[in-house]
Ligand binder design. Structure first.
Ligand code: ADP
Ligand code: NA
Length: 327
C-alpha cells in the first residue's frame, strides 16, 4: 500500500490574498508537516481558460512562487512546480477527455456560473475540470484539499479514474477530498461575493504583500452598515461579520470573544484595530516575499527543481497510461 499523496493547485492570477491564505495555503503548511510528500502546482494552464496578458502571467508565476515560499512552503517536503512545465498534464487531460461524456461535463455547476458573465466562452473553460482530474491522477494522488466549491470536480476525477480502471487497466487510486474546517472570506467591498484575485476592484481583497498603509486603507473602506456596534450576524450584517471572520481566521479568537473585546469600540474603531492585527500577521510574509522576489534566479532554480521531481512521477504514470490504452 502506497503512502497518501497530497495534491493541490493554485492559479497564478495575481498575488494571493488573505482568503487564499486562510482557505488554502495555511492548510498546505499543515499538510506538509503531516505527510511525507505534498505536491503543489502553480496551475498556469488553468489560468489561461480566461484571457491573460503574457508579461503579466509570467510575472504572476514568479509572484506566486515567491509568495508560497514566503508563507512557509517547505521545498524539502513539497514539490512546488509550474503545471505547464510538465507536459503530461495536458496529454493525460486529452486521454481522460476522450473517456468523458458530454453530459458528465455539462452537469458541473461552475461552468454556468463562470461563463454567464462572459461574451465569448472558450472551450477550455468548459473542459478544465478534465485537466484538473489529470493534475490529480498524474501523481496518483489520494488526498486533495479543496474548498466546498470544488467537490464536484473531485467527484469527476474519481469518476474518470474509475472509468479508466474499468475500461483499460487498474492504474489509478480513488482520489478523496479533504475539506476540514476551511474559512471562507468574502470581498471587503462586496461581501456577497468571495474575496478573489479576479475581482476587478482591488479594494475588495487584502493581498499578502500589501503595505501597512494599503491594508489600513482597505480595511477602513470595507463595506459595513449603519449600525455602529460590533456584532456577529452573518445574515444581516455580512460586511461586519466578514471582518470578524478574518479576525477569527488570523488569531483563532471566536466571534463571541472578538465582539466582547470590541464592546467599547464602534465599527470604525474596530476596523483600525483589525487593520493592525492583519498588518502584524502579514509582516513576516511580506518581508520574505520582498527578499525572494528580488532574486529571480533563485525562483527559477526552485521551479526547475520542482519540474524535475514532478516529471519523474508524471512520466512513470503516463507511460503506464499509454501502454494500457495501446499507444
Ligand atoms: P481566486 O478566486 O482568488 O483566484 P483560486 O481559484 O486560485 O482563488 O483558489 C486558490 C485556493 O484558494 C483554492 O483552494 C480556494 O478554495 C481558496 N480560496 C479562494 N478564495 C478564497 C476565499 N475567499 N476564502 C477562502 N478560501 C479561498
Ligand atoms: Na480564480
Amino acid at each position: 500500500i502506497c503512502p497518501p499523496q497530497v495534491f493541490s493547485g493554485i492559479q497564478p492570477t495575481g498575488i494571493p490574498h488573505i482568503g487564499n491564505y486562510v482557505g488554502a495555503i495555511r492548510n498546505w503548511l499543515k499538510l506538509q508537516k503531516k505527510y511525507q510528500r505534498v505536491i503543489l502546482s502553480i496551475v498556469d494552464l488553468h489560468s489561461i481558460t480566461t484571457p491573460q496578458n503574457p508579461e503579466r502571467l509570467r510575472e504572476n508565476i514568479f509572484d506566486m512562487t515567491a509568495c508560497l515560499i514566503a508563507c512557509g512552503v517547505d521545498l524539502q517536503r513539497c514539490i512546488l512546480f509550474q503545471q505547464s512545465s510538465v507536459s503530461q498534464h495536458a496529454e493525460l487531460a486529452w486521454i481522460l477527455g476522450c473517456m468523458c461524456t458530454l453530459p458528465r461535463l455539462q452537469q458541473l455547476p461552475q461552468f454556468k456560473q463562470k461563463s454567464d458573465k462572459l461574451k465569448d466562452v472558450g472551450v477550455g473553460l468548459f473542459t478544465y475540470p478534465i485537466l484538473q482530474a489529470a493534475d490529480i491522477l498524474l501523481y496518483k494522488s489520494t488526498l486533495i484539499p479543496v474548498g466546498k466549491d470544488q467537490l464536484q470536480h473531485i467527484e469527476l476525477a474519481r469518476h474518470l479514474a474509475r472509468t479508466f480502471n474499468r475500461t483499460t487497466e487498474v492504474l489509478f487510486p480513488n482520489p478523496i477530498e479533504m475539506i476540514g474546517h476551511i474559512p471562507k472570506i468574502q470581498s471587503l467591498r462586496n461581501p456577497a461575493n468571495k474575496m478573489s484575485k479576479s475581482e476587478e476592484n482591488t479594494l475588495g481583497r487584502i493581498d499578502l504583500t500589501d503595505s501597512p498603509d494599503n491594508i489600513r486603507e482597505k480595511v477602513k473602506k470595507a463595506k459595513t452598515d449603519f449600525t455602529s456596534r460590533v456584532t456577529y450576524d452573518p445574515d444581516n450584517r455580512p460586511g461586519v461579520a466578514n471582518l470578524i471572520k478574518i479576525h477569527e481566521a488570523l488569531t483563532g479568537d471566536t466571534p463571541e470573544d472578538i465582539c466582547e473585546d470590541a464592546l467599547l469600540l464602534d465599527t470604525a474603531r474596530y476596523k483600525l484595530k483589525l487593520a493592525e492585527i492583519i498588518i502584524e500577521k502579514l509582516k513576516p510574509i511580506r518581508e520574505n516575499y520582498i527578499q525572494l522576489k528580488s532574486d529571480r534566479g533563485y525562483l527559477k532554480t526552485v521551479l526547475e527543481a520542482g519540474q524535475l521531481k514532478a516529471i519523474q512521477i508524471a512520466e512513470a504514470t503516463f507511460s503506464e497510461v499509454k501502454k494500457a490504452i495501446g499507444l
